[in-house]
Ligand binder design. Structure first.
Ligand code: NAP
Length: 293
């Protein structure tokens, strides 16, 4: 577990009976976080953009013997975010924490893609976080609550063929690193959780046919093949489980003094650490350049 420090204005707290809203709970880290939060005693509002996809979530809740309040929320739709947060306040009377978990990967490079692709990636991964955080803040302020956001090691280190995704996660980290002392001044804790590889639906949800992507990548084909081979290997052999990542999200929700930035594994901590001590950027370029050499 990481070192923990307290953001300005935070008080130690118990989780029991507090209300947490989590985005993107149809699978992966969001689903595992919903179960872990409910087990820890939170009244857990598990949101999904399409409630018809709540089957796995409901099954996991039944297996764990916990109750969830399952609601619709699409982080890219302002009206959906506002009506969900209003509904939670109307029905539960309070909101103690949000977990910005919803996100989606993207593999590609700008010469072969479109600016619109990049905008879409920013909509889900960055503006979704902005939208949910803004809607929740007035209510979190009333109770001294927390904003916990699932970022990525990709929010610290730019990685080949992840230009749009890493740009969005960097934006998330810049937004929240800047917000943290301001929110702390009014009693709200702001924390980012940085997973490395997690064995969720994340890779399959990117939805690319790898062979075809390499064939269509023109002069970038060999580098893309190298990147995909390395990534496939990392996800096959070194990924942690969603439940392990969710434990760190839960710690950010419940520990008295969580740090601003929490990696979810030793591997993630080691990787992020390369950047954070790489003042001129050469160590990161050496490392990621070797992935595709
Ligand atoms: P996942 O299994 O693909 O889960 C992503 C979740 O986000 C799904 O529930 C998905 O819902 C939801 N989502 C996508 N677009 C949405 C939208 N517009 N509104 C609401 N929900 C939306 O992948 P995961 O690994 O658990 O990802 C969770 C978070 O961890 C993401 O922020 C991701 O960037 C981050 N992360 C993952 C990894 C990894 O290796 N897996 C590593 C670092 C960081 P649908 O079912 O509706 O698509």
């Amino acid at each position: 577990m990481c070192a923990h420090t307290q953001n300005a204005g935070e008080e130690p707290r118990m989780s029991t009976n507090k209300v947490v809203l989590i985005t993107g709970t149809s699978s992966g880290i969001g689903l595992a976080t919903a179960i872990a939060a409910a087990r820890a005693g939170f009244r857990t509002v598990a949101t999904l953009r399409d409630p018809a996809r709540a089957g796995a979530l409901r099954e996991a809740a039944a297996e764990a013997g916990v109750e969830l309040d399952v609601r619709a929320l699409d982080v890219t739709d302002a009206a959906s975010v506002a009506s969900c947060v209003e509904g939670v306040l109307a029905d539960h009377g309070r909101l103690d924490a949000v977990v910005n978990n919803a996100g989606a990967g993207h593999v590609g490079t700008i010469e072969n893609g479109t600016v619109e692709d990049v905008r879409q990636v920013m909509e889900v991964n960055f503006f979704g976080v902005v939208q949910v955080t803004k809607a929740a803040l007035p209510h979190l302020r009333e109770v001294g609550g927390r904003v916990v956001t699932v970022s990525s090691v990709g929010g610290v280190i730019g990685q080949p063929f992840n230009e749009a995704y890493c740009a969005a996660k960097f934006a998330v980290e810049g937004f929240l690193e800047s917000l943290a002392p301001v929110a702390g001044a009014v009693g709200v804790g702001v924390h980012v959780v940085e997973p490395g590889a997690v064995a969720s639906e994340f890779v399959s949800n990117v939805g690319i046919d790898q062979e075809r992507a390499v064939a269509d990548a023109g002069p970038y084909g060999p580098a893309l093949a190298g990147y995909l081979a390395r990534t496939n290997e990392a996800f096959a052999n070194a990924a942690q489980s969603p439940a392990e990542a969710a434990e760190v999200v839960l710690a950010a929700l419940t520990e008295p003094r969580p740090a601003f930035r929490l990696q979810t594994s030793a591997a993630a901590r080691g990787f992020a650490g390369v950047k954070l001590s790489d003042l001129d950027g050469s160590a990161v370029q050496r490392l990621t350049g070797a992935w595709i050499a």
